[in-house]
Design a protein around this ligand. Structure first.
Ligand code: UDP
Length: 328
């Protein structure tokens, strides 16, 4: 019998790529998603239950019927500037609703959990590349919610009830399914690669570079861009690690090297073959100059080997997805 995995947020960008991989690998998946930003068409395998994590009775019903062996938790708000303006929205969904989920898991004796964390938990790290042992010092409410849940998970794993988790700290996730079936589909995207391909397509009049006076070789910020399918694979490996009896762990998910904003823009122009207008503007609030993962731990401990560590490939898949012209 196949292993049953409940995926919250499985209709969203990263969740849907993981659901696809779980389905392809023979897992039985159930997606629980309120479709606030996700899409029914993005769920390529298993059943979709449209529900909110705040609705405990609905959650209980799903656990009662589906009886998952493990839970992967993607459902969360993710827009940093919005988290600064609306912190309660973020604490309520990202923290309080996660507690709901964990409580229902406990009620039903489900003790394996994979959590979508973020490099935002590090804030402005002192050392680059940043390793998992660096202190958690988030600089915005979004990062605080992720760090708070990580602390809750740590306490829960020490509570003697057998709860085990893997927390994956994502760096800059980008690109789309290489088969072109799913991809990023949220309105008003803020992320660099998506905005750049939209500018190349002509959907954005121009692309802004937020700051050219950073202490980096070309003055623009450096980020560790990781292809969403490599990230999805890391989730499968984390799941298998827990199913094989692995203890709770935290892993960075990045390639271990970065690209500047200008390099990304040059790559988008080269891959798409289109020029677009770029303007330099002042810094955006809360951007660390360099954020690059030390990814040794996940490679050593889970045997994760990225397949798409190539900015050109990441951009190409994002571009091909964008050309499908999905209206969201
Ligand atoms: N960025 C930019 N123009 C944009 C979007 C982003 O210059 O239209 C910069 C941003 O300031 C940061 C980097 O690109 O230095 C990556 O930003 P993104 O929002 O993609 O991810 P973040 O690192 O903030 O999670």
């Amino acid at each position: 019998m196949s292993v049953k995995v409940l995926v919250t947020g499985g209709a969203g960008y990263i969740g849907s790529h993981v659901v696809k991989l779980l389905g392809e690998r023979g897992y039985e998946v159930l997606t629980y998603d309120n479709l606030s930003t996700g899409h029914e068409w993005a769920v390529l395998y298993g059943k979709l239950v449209v529900g909110d994590l705040a609705d405990r009775n609905m959650l209980r019903k799903v656990f009662e019927e589906f009886r998952p062996e493990a839970v992967m938790h993607f459902a969360a708000h993710i827009v940093v500037p919005e988290s600064i303006r609306k912190p309660l929205k973020y604490y309520s969904n990202n923290v309080a609703n996660t507690i709901n989920l964990l409580e229902v898991m406990e009620e039903f004796g489900v003790d394996k959990f994979i959590f979508s964390s973020s490099a935002a938990v590090y804030g402005v790290p002192e050392e680059i590349p940043v390793s998992e042992s660096a202190p958690l010092r988030p600089i915005n409410p979004y990062g605080e919610t992720k760090a708070t849940v990580e602390r809750i998970l740590k306490d829960l794993s020490r509570s003697g009830k057998g709860f085990r988790y893997v927390s994956l700290r994502y760096f800059n996730v980008a690109g789309a399914d290489p088969e072109g079936k799913i991809g990023f589909a949220y309105p008003n995207p803020t992320h660099l690669i998506i905005r750049a391909v939209k500018a190349a397509k002509g959907d954005l009049r121009r692309l802004e570079i937020y700051g050219t006076d950073y202490p980096t070789p070309d003055g623009t910020c450096i980020r560790d861009y990781i292809h969403v399918t490599d990230l999805a694979e890391a989730h499968i490996m984390a799941l298998e690690f827990l199913l094989d009896g692995g203890q709770s762990e935290v892993f960075n998910c990045g390639y271990g090297h970065g690209h500047s904003v200008k390099e990304v823009i040059d790559t988008v122009k080269r891959v798409t073959g289109r020029d677009f207008s770029v303007v330099e503007t002042p810094r955006r609030e809360g951007d660390p100059p360099i954020l690059v993962a030390d990814s040794c731990k996940i490679k050593d401990r889970l045997g994760w080997e990225p397949k798409y560590d190539d900015l050109g490939f990441i951009v190409r898949t994002a571009w091909e997805w964008e050309l499908k012209g999905l209206v969201v």
